[in-house]
Ligand binder design. Structure first.
Ligand code: ZN
Ligand code: ZN
Length: 348
């Protein structure tokens, strides 16, 4: 059997064509993919030599769908069930997992059980993934598109919870992409007093306002460090999150935070690149610097629940729903800042 998929043949070479449909694992299931989000990391992978020559490859990890087939040894799920596949899988037995930080799971085999292959009509889910978990049922009255936001929301949800964003924080977010917008929305829900958004794209900054951003700074036109200082009476913000793939914003962020404040490096920067930091400033100003990646199972579940909550404005985040055939257009729309979140439909 054949299925439609978006295959990556090399950097910027993505072709939607027919390919072999995966076989149903004896102990697993076949999920018919009903919607898949286009993530910033997908775009980074699709436009760089992310597989080091090993092509073709199918990306896509914000996967939702319904069970189409089940293997004879699989008893947990049944045909027709609507599921969200969290791409993280954790063992729940190693030291990191049992201390409540499954995002740092040390069991590499388990961590690689799920994660990619969503830009297609079907995906096989193996028995081990089902056993270790991270698969959540989507209620009947929730759209597939809204449920797909569960994945991109997860890491943001975990980050803001870990650094305890709340009242009366002044929070600076650098990067008004979909992740920055999710950050603003969740920071608002958590009670941040003031949210300042920085980006180089005016269109994105204007769109960010609808998610609870109080002040926007276009760093192409204004010195963002000066601007943040001015807005905070010369003190700097309580917390600053660098949510871009750029080393320069990491370097800037420590100049925007107050003495004793917290800086988070959320966005991944080009592989192997180094960021030059004013370490004396970090030292004398008692600045905390924290990295963030992923989320624990517990946080992923609660982030998913937030994504599917009635009052969560998923419609405002999903600006474009496109057929999978238009994946290249989706990448362009996201890159230019025209789209916030693009969700692809493999069956349109
Ligand atoms: Zn994602
Ligand atoms: Zn573990």
């Amino acid at each position: 059997m054949q299925m439609k998929a978006a295959l990556m043949y090399g950097p910027n070479d993505i072709r939607v064509e027919m390919t072999e449909k995966p076989a149903c694992p004896e102990d697993g299931l076949i999920l018919k993919i009903m919607a898949v989000g286009l993530c910033g990391s997908d775009i980074r992978n699709l436009t760089s030599d992310s597989r080091k020559g090993k092509y073709p490859f199918i990306y896509g990890h914000e996967i939702v769908g319904c069970v189409d087939e089940t293997g004879p040894l699989q008893t947990k799920y049944h045909k027709g069930q609507r599921l969200f596949l969290f791409p993280g899988t954790y063992c729940m037995e190693c030291d990191a997992c049992i201390t409540g930080h499954s995002e740092n799971c040390e069991n590499e085999h388990v961590a690689k059980l799920a994660g990619t292959g969503g830009f297609a009509q079907y995906i096989a889910v193996g028995g081990e993934k089902i056993h270790y978990g991270g698969i959540y049922e989507i209620p009947e009255d929730v759209s597939y598109e809204a449920a797909s936001l569960g994945e991109p929301l997860t890491s943001v949800f975990a980050c803001l919870e870990n650094i305890k964003v709340g009242y009366p924080d002044t929070l600076v977010i650098i990067g008004a992409g979909p992740i920055g917008d999710f950050m603003a929305q969740i920071a608002r829900i958590r009670g941040a007093q003031r949210i300042i958004m920085i980006d180089i794209n005016q269109k994105r900054l204007e769109m960010a306002k609808q998610f609870g951003v109080d002040e926007i700074i276009n760093s192409q036109e204004t010195d963002p460090i000066e601007a943040v200082k001015k807005l905070t009476g010369g003190k700097g913000a309580d917390k600053v999150i660098s949510a871009t793939p750029v080393n320069a914003t990491q370097a800037q962020s420590i100049h925007m935070v107050r003495k004793g404040g917290l800086v988070v490096f959320f966005g991944g920067v080009p592989k192997g690149s180094l960021t030059e930091l004013d370490c004396n400033l970090i030292h004398y100003n008692n600045i905390w610097i924290k990295g963030h990646f992923g989320a624990s199972y517990d946080q992923s579940k609660r982030a998913f629940q937030l994504a599917i909550a009635k009052n969560f404005p998923s419609d405002k985040f999903i600006t474009h729903i496109l057929p999978l055939d238009q994946i290249n257009e989706g990448i362009q729309l996201t890159r230019t800042g025209e789209a916030i979140k693009v969700v692809l439909h493999p069956w349109d």
